[in-house]
Structure formats: C-alpha cells, structure tokens
Design a protein around this ligand. Structure first.
Ligand SMILES: [Zn+2]
Length: 459
C-alpha cells in the first residue's frame, strides 16, 4: 500500500482510506489573475502524478481542484486594466487550462468555482457565528481561533507562538492577530454579495473548506497543495471544519518550492517563470520529467539547463521505443511482461512509488530498464527486450510520461534502401552507404547507425 508523508503528524504513514478502493482528494487550485507560473506547474504535476499512480494501483480517484475567481488580486487587476473581475477571471482561467492541457495534466473530476459557492460560504459563516466562534468588527467577520481545538496542528506551533510571530496589521480591530477574515464588508468599487451581516464577499480560507466538504464529504482522504499553503491557508480551512465538529482531511500532502537560478521563484521575475514561457521553449514533457526526478517535498531548480537535461533523457526514452518498434518483429511481441529483467524493474518501480512517492528512485528504474532493453536487443534477445519495452511503457504511463516515437510506416522502398545500405557498410563501401543514407534522408527519414544496422524514424 502507498505510504505518504503527512504534514499533520510530520511522518510518513500508510494511506488509510475512508472507503476501500476509493481515494477522495482535494487540491487547492489557482487564483486566476495572471499567467500560471512554474510553482503552479509543479503542484499540478505533483498531484497529477499522485492521482495517476493511485489509479494505476487500481483505486478509483475522485479529484477535486478549485478555481478561485474572486479575490483581492483579481479585483486589483480588473481596476488596473479597466475590466470586470469576470473578464479577468475568465481570461486567465482559459490560460490556466491551456497550460494544464499542454503539460498533459488530467482534468480534475470536479472543478468548483468559488463564485458558485458564495451561498454555501454564507451558510457556513452563519453556523460559526451561531456557536460564537466568529465575531464581527467594523470591516468584517472573523474566526476566533482560540475556540479551535488543536489550532496550529499543521504549522506545528501552538497558538501562543503563532500569536507572537504574527504580523500585526494596522487598523485591524481583530481580537488576535491570528484570527482571520471569514467575510469582508463591501468597499467602494468591489463586487458584492448579500449576507445577514451586510453586503460583502467571502474570505479565501472559507472557500476551500465549503467546496471540499460539499463535493467530497466529511473525512475525505487527501488534502494537497504547495508547502506555502500549509499556514495559514490550510490551517484555517481545517479550523473552520473542526470548530463545527466536522471531520476534515485524513491526510495532508504538500509539495516543495520551485527555484529559478537559485532563488525562490516568487522573487525572480525573468524568463522561465511562467508556464506559457517555458512551454514555448521546451518539450512539455521535460517539466514533468524534471518534477519526477526530484522528490516532491524537495525544492526543484528550473533553468534552461535542467530542462535541456530532461529533454536529453526523454530522447533516450523515445529512441528506445523507436528502436524496439523498428527491430522487433510481430512474432516476438508478447502481451504480458515475462522474464526477470522487466519484472524486477517494474517491481522496484512500484516499491519506490509506494515509499512516499519516491519518483527519483522510480524514474531510475525506468531508465535502467531502457538500458537493459538495449543490451537485450544487441544480443537479439527479442522476447526479453519486448518485455522491457512493455515494462517501460507501463512505468511511463503510471506517471503520465508520454512517448513521442510511434514510427511512420516503413514502406517497401525504404526497407530495400536500408538493406542495400547495410550491405554496402558490411562491404566497407562507405561512399555507397553515404549515398543511400542521403536517399533515406531525402525520403523524410532520420537515420541512425546501430550495432544491428541502419535504423530510421520520421525526422
Ligand atoms: Zn484552498
């Protein structure tokens, strides 16, 4: 069974599911006021990989990830650009999905939008108010976190140290600096919704608790997001559920930072900080492989160099698939993985993934299986090489790594030219071999020399 690090306990523990065979997962999505950046790409890829792997393990995954379409930043951008909040949110949500699709990130089972849940949020705030966990000030409604049992669980700090570490806001008449806004009273020029306490809009922390409980129910399995959401966002989501006596997430999973040129990404704003920018320069699979080759809780360095390095590794994957499909005849192509080489790599891959999603270890198995497959091909051991190919495909599919190497159909004329070139090479007639290579190139093939002879694929 899969083991994952749980932020609440600070330890790696077995994933204990609410219902056998089903995983319910909530991952905080983007606030749509700008182009998605590399940090967004990393969390979306991390949880896509987790989701795909759990599915690969035979579990039915219900994956919810929200869109925050009302927020201070959306309002600010709308004012700055002379547009409505809806126009800004709609435009950047489209940009979000364009990048997600390009990265082959599966669409969530449900994508709730905050604006569709305002009524539910007002309802939840009313309940908090009724049990005296919320109070009103001149600018809004706040949660009194001293009423929440175990507040600070995710931050691993008690209320006293959280209080002393909190930034004291000027002009706030909150009871404690750690208390947070549930409802913000209307300010001129802002979109507003009605509530029993006056017009205004909901706070961000209320959105996710309402949507996750509504779509997944109490005690759902996994709540995920980037590490910078642990405190205060996730702590405050949990606080609202717990104070109402409702069971919240069973397991908290958080992914690490992205660094660009050694700096934490949010501080650096040159090239390669947005996903559209990255995707215009690199194979989209390179970012996924970069994420896979680091542990999800460690920081990753995204630079043109690390991406180019990933592309070189993808070249190895593609070249292996091409070679297998070119060289192995149908009669050797079995439908199940047999032989100890492929089986062992696949077993080791699963063991690594089960161990807190050790994707670097798992990816190493995939590439070792490729190396073994080449050796088997060199030895003309086609059945075992085919098994390695099947294992490579299975491992790659389990983590969403696509192969771009389905060869074009090799026609009779090409086959004859390859045979003639191999014969010329064996007779050391290199002038003729070069001429036949040029012919293949002019027919649209990329040509490689291998120990077993000429290999071609569509260039
Ligand atoms: Zn959230």
């Amino acid at each position: 069974m899969v083991k994952l690090h749980d932020t609440a306990t600070g330890s790696v523990k077995e994933l204990e599911l609410r219902r056998d065979g089903e995983v319910s997962m909530y991952v905080c999505g983007p606030t749509v006021y700008g182009f998605p950046h590399l940090g967004h790409g990393r969390f979306a890829l991390t949880f896509d990989i987790l989701r795909r792997y759990l599915t690969f393990c035979g579990l039915n995954v219900v994956y919810v990830s929200n869109i925050t379409d009302i927020d201070d930043k959306i309002i600010q951008r709308a004012h700055a650009e002379g547009k409505t909040c809806d126009e800004i949110a709609h435009f950047y949500e489209e940009k979000w999905w364009e990048s997600m699709d390009a990265l082959s990130i599966l669409r969530p089972t449900y994508t709730p939008h905050a604006l569709d849940y305002v009524e539910g949020m007002v309802d939840l705030i009313g309940k908090l108010f009724n049990i005296d966990a919320a109070y009103e000030t001149s600018d809004g409604l706040y949660l009194d976190v001293s009423k929440v049992e175990g507040y600070g669980l995710l931050a691993h700090q008690d209320l006293k140290s959280l209080r002393s570490g909190a930034r004291v806001e000027i002009d706030s008449n909150k009871r404690s600096p750690v208390d947070f806004a549930l409802w913000k009273f209307a300010k001129p020029g802002e979109p507003i919704w009605p509530s029993p306490w006056g017009n205004g809009r909901p706070g961000w922390h209320t959105e996710c608790v309402v949507m996750s409980l509504d779509l997944l129910g109490e005690g759902f399995d996994i709540h995920g997001g980037a590490q910078d959401l642990i405190f205060p966002h996730h702590e405050n989501e949990r606080a609202q559920a717990v104070v109402l006596g409702r069971k919240f997430a069973r397991h908290w999973v958080h992914n690490g930072w992205v660094t660009v040129e050694g700096e934490k990404m949010s501080k650096s704003l040159d090239n390669y900080t947005t996903l559209p920018e990255l995707l215009s320069h690199h194979d989209p699979r390179a970012f996924r492989l970069l994420v896979l080759r680091s542990h999800y809780r460690s920081p990753i360095e995204v630079t043109p160099e690390t991406l180019t390095d990933s592309e070189a590794a993808l070249g190895r994957l593609d070249a292996f698939v091409r070679r297998v499909l070119n060289e192995i005849q149908d009669s050797y192509r079995g439908s199940i993985i047999s032989g100890k080489d492929a089986s062992l790599h696949l077993e080791n891959f699963k063991a690594a993934m089960d161990n807190d999603l050790d994707t670097p270890g798992a990816t190493a198995q995939l590439f070792e299986c490729i190396s073994r497959g080449h050796i088997l091909l060199d030895q003309s051991n086609y059945e075992a090489a085919w098994s390695c190919y099947l294992a490579v495909c299975e491992m790659a599919d389990a983590v969403g790594l696509e192969r771009k190497s389905i060869p074009g159909r090799i026609d009779q004329k090409t086959m004859e030219t390859i045979a003639a070139r191999d014969q010329a090479r064996s007779q050391r007639d290199y002038a003729l071999a070069d001429k036949l290579r040029d012919e293949l190139v002019s027919m649209g093939w990329a040509v490689e020399d291998s120990p077993s002879g000429t290999r071609v694929h569509r260039s």
